[in-house]
Design a protein around this ligand. Sequence first.
Ligand code: HEM
Length: 413
Amino acid sequence: MDLDLIKSVLVKDFANFVDRGIFYYNEEDDPISAHLIALDGEKWKKLRANLTPTFSSSKMKFMFPTMVEVGERLKDYLIDVVKKNDELEIKDLMARLTIDVIGTCLFGIECNSLSDPNAEFRKYGKAVFEKPRHHPLIAVFLAGYRNIARKLHIKNLRDDVSEFFMEVVRDTVEYREENNVNRNDFMDILIKLKNEETNDKDKILTLNVIAAQVFGFFVAGFDTSSTTLSYCLYELALNPEIQAKARRVIQEAFEKHGTFTYEMMLDMPYIEHVLQETLRKYPTASNLIRKTMNDYQVPGTNDVIQKGLSVIIPVFAIHRDSQYYPDPEQFNPDRFDGEEAKQRNSLLWLPFGEGPRSCIAARFGMMQARIGLVTILNSFEVSLCSKTVLTYEPKTLFLTPKGGLYLKFKAIK
Ligand code: HEM
């Protein structure tokens, strides 16, 4: 919990803490398990450098209108649904939004999970978290003894999940190559890297590697973003005055800008503060993990962290510590406004991690959450209902609401 030591591990001495070491992957028997989140060492470094440009500010601006379009589909869907039943399970609903956003914006794949609750992307996306191939304890064991597990040809992912993602990616790549489709998105970057002439004997991108990245980005992206939006709506239902203020800000911005543009999004800092406070109270990745590559002497002490040990940075505990955030249980977006926010040590807010291995898509994640929130608050009021209960699922790696999260929706337009 020591902030200086956290900085050393995540940033200053990152070279000694590059890997997470908690995910098992097996490129040979289970190619799509080798995604950016799990990879280590040089392979991770090369791939990360190649994929980072996808999330630059100019790329975000380019993707903005497409994201807004998917947000509109959510609004239309909600208008219909709320007429029949106004008490909705929002975690699933938000996941259907974020799956469609990621599919459309990054891969040019229409996932249709908003229009069809049984869409395959939703089905297989859910299966990764809810019906994994191995019990979590076995998964930890496999990560700890990965070389033996690979020799025994043990897979990490369910066959149906692997087959589904392989097939979708193969079809998409083939279609784009045959029809010369160029959408300037993440998939294009992957295809270009695959087709690049290079003398590098470790050429990194094959079709399998592309499929692994598509899978990894779905898995890392849809659940984190949708649970963030769910917690945010829950807090706004608990705090109607904050919800009313957020809605006022949105309505004023619409009056000024006319339509929902990228500039309008940047003109609503309060909406960003609402999401930052949500991520403080509910960091979906409640711990960050790094593996020690070589014995490490803790600066200024005689203590040594031995090679191979895991370092765990307890993000949830830091975010809810009253010495850093007075009255930490209170939801207060103003913590992220003005001097208080400027003076705060950046290591006290870690929902996206920090350093070279932090979330590659933090901007994308924030943008889709802002768009989702603006779209919902502009057309609906959310409140608590008889089914609203928040408890956490104890068996998952992420901070997940157990059994979903219910809220009442009322159309206001
Ligand atoms: C609110 C939404 C999100 C949150 C809270 C979040 C959080 C995180 C965190 C905590 C990490 C680990 C950082 C570390 O170890 O220091 C991470 C890594 C990652 N995230 Fe996100 N994320 C979000 C959205 C997304 C989205 C939308 C995508 C993809 C479209 C994505 C893709 C990734 C990937 C690929 C990694 C692994 C990066 C690497 O190992 O180099 N995330 N994310």
